[in-house]
Design a protein. Structure first.
Length: 415
């Protein structure tokens, strides 16, 4: 992160440790259970957050070369990210223009610089333009007949439609931008993403971290029976470390102090290791926060990036329903893996992250969800010291209101 901000954070944390204090919000926040259980509120989030806002879709290092792709989903929208021949990352609706099949799944690299639908083999170049329709009749688009180039039975689509407008039958593009090692996508709307404006000061942190130079290592997907915000909230407060993580995390990390810096819609939230206290004895020129804390950035609306020492993780939270969450976790190393022993160390570090969240954090949120869904639970009390959680809910409310205002604006009016 930025050196000036890094030093200021360390000074703040050391001062809090000395005084036994922590950052605090002006007042507690009372949150109705319907924020986590209401189908109506979930529908607002689905369109106003997961579709109408730029989302952190991937790290740029996941798509290092032309032809590299990754398929994701946000708010029920299937999305395909592709690095083009011009080395630009593009996003498309992951729906073939023929019969709607997904063009690709997971992540990988396409053969021959072409995206090929597995259903009927409609083929697109890396810019999304339709390139071939095997068995498309009279040669089809691009002059292809069957897969070997011979003519075949027609499918009723006039090839001249595609020739008159090369993108008429191409993949539907989605707004996409790459900034500071992060790939942003907005599933709905046509306006381009101003990535520098959206990320603001976060981009400076990611540049200082050297995120563009990281390397993809592994990933994990899981589904949990709790509202997505509950799972994300566990990363935005360390108050529970002394209790829920008494045997796993608490021996290494403080519960308090908690310090947080709102960065526009986003948030910088480091969680201090116990070794941070030793920095009092060292000159500031030797201070490095990632050596003594897990530094986290909440990336609005639904992602979290964390970095510690020489690796980073991207957590993405999607919401298939008010009481369900799909969690995507990706692990990246700051340098290429140099040996089997180093690879094993990364696997163990990733496994520990998944074990703590999978055995302790997320099962607790499933229990909380059941209580909230009872219909008689009282409003939740988000304390003054839980500033990260308070920021999350204030940000989501603002983004939802802004999305609603844009949707209600008359055609041709301000958007």
């Amino acid at each position: 992160m930025q050196r000036r901000a890094e030093l200021a954070l360390i000074r703040r944390m050391l001062a809090h440790l000395e005084a036994g204090t922590t950052d605090e919000a002006p007042q507690p926040l009372r949150l109705p259970p319907t924020q986590h259980t209401s189908t109506e509120h979930w529908e607002r989030e689905r369109f106003g957050l997961f579709r109408a806002q730029p989302i952190a879709a991937a790290l740029a290092c996941e798509l290092p070369e032309p032809g590299d792709f990754r398929a994701i989903e946000s708010g029920g929208v299937p999305i395909l990210l592709v690095r083009g021949a011009d080395r630009r990352v593009r996003a498309f609706l992951n729906v073939c223009r023929h019969r709607g099949a997904p063009i690709a799944e997971g992540r990988g690299r396409v053969d021959g610089g072409r995206l090929r639908c597995p259903f009927h083999a409609w083929t697109y170049d890396l810019s999304g333009t339709l390139a071939a329709r095997p068995l498309g009749g009279q040669g089809g688009a691009g002059g292809a007949g069957d897969a070997s180039g011979a003519g075949g039975a027609g499918n009723g689509i006039d090839r001249h439609d595609g020739e008159a407008n090369p993108i008429a039958l191409g993949l539907r593009p989605l707004p996409c931008a790459e900034q500071s090692g992060l790939v942003l996508v907005r599933p709905e709307g046509d306006a381009p993403i101003d990535a520098a404006a959206w990320l603001g000061e976060v981009a400076l942190d990611l540049d200082a971290l050297g995120l563009e130079g990281f390397h993809f290592f592994a990933e994990h997907r899981a589904r949990w029976g709790a509202n997505w915000k509950l799972l994300l909230e566990t990363f935005l407060e360390s108050l529970h470390v002394f209790s829920l993580h008494r045997e796993t995390v608490h021996p290494h990390y403080f519960s308090l102090p908690m310090v947080a810096d709102p960065l526009g819609a986003h948030l910088r939230f480091p969680v201090a290791r116990r070794s941070l206290a030793s920095l009092r004895e060292q000159p500031e020129s030797q201070w490095r926060l990632v050596e003594h804390a897990t530094v986290q950035w909440y990336l609005a609306p639904n992602a979290l990036l964390s970095a510690t020492r020489d690796y980073a993780l991207l957590w993405r939270f999607d919401s298939p329903g008010p009481g369900a969450c799909l969690v995507e976790t990706r692990f990246y190393t700051a340098r290429p893996v140099a040996s089997d022993a180093e690879a094993e160390r990364w696997r163990e570090a990733f496994a520990l992250q998944l074990r703590v969240t999978g055995d302790e954090d997320f099962p607790m949120q499933e229990k909380i969800q059941r209580g909230l869904a009872s219909g008689i639970a009282e409003p939740l009390e988000i304390g003054r010291c839980e500033i990260g959680v308070q920021h999350l809910h204030a940000t989501l409310l603002r983004l939802l209101n802004e999305a609603q205002e844009r949707a209600a604006a008359p055609a041709g009016g301000p958007r």
